[in-house]
Design a protein. Sequence first.
Length: 118
Amino acid sequence: MTAEFVLDLDEGMLEYFRDMADVLVDRCGISRPEAVARINRQYADLEIAPYPDLMCHEAPEFWALPAYYGRGDHLLPPDRRPGRRRPHRLLPPAGPSGTCPGLALLDAAAVTAARGRG
């Protein structure tokens, strides 16, 4: 576990996850704490291998944007019918504390307990 992310990450993967957070801050206009919280919520159940983990075959944008728009939206085929667009499903906006409503900034102890290791 790192100070930011609830996953066990080596230095290379920590940098990759920080790049994912940068994508959310830059492209989605959210705060860094909210970006980290969304990534933690999206990927807390994964076991990440040392750098380069298999997820590194895609750019950080590929994994970061579903943490904002919702899981799986980036995998849906485009709607090619004239005049039709697939609407983006945004997750709830940030609350006053900079986190998503109902989304606590996960700490290492809470994740460990939830996984049954604590």
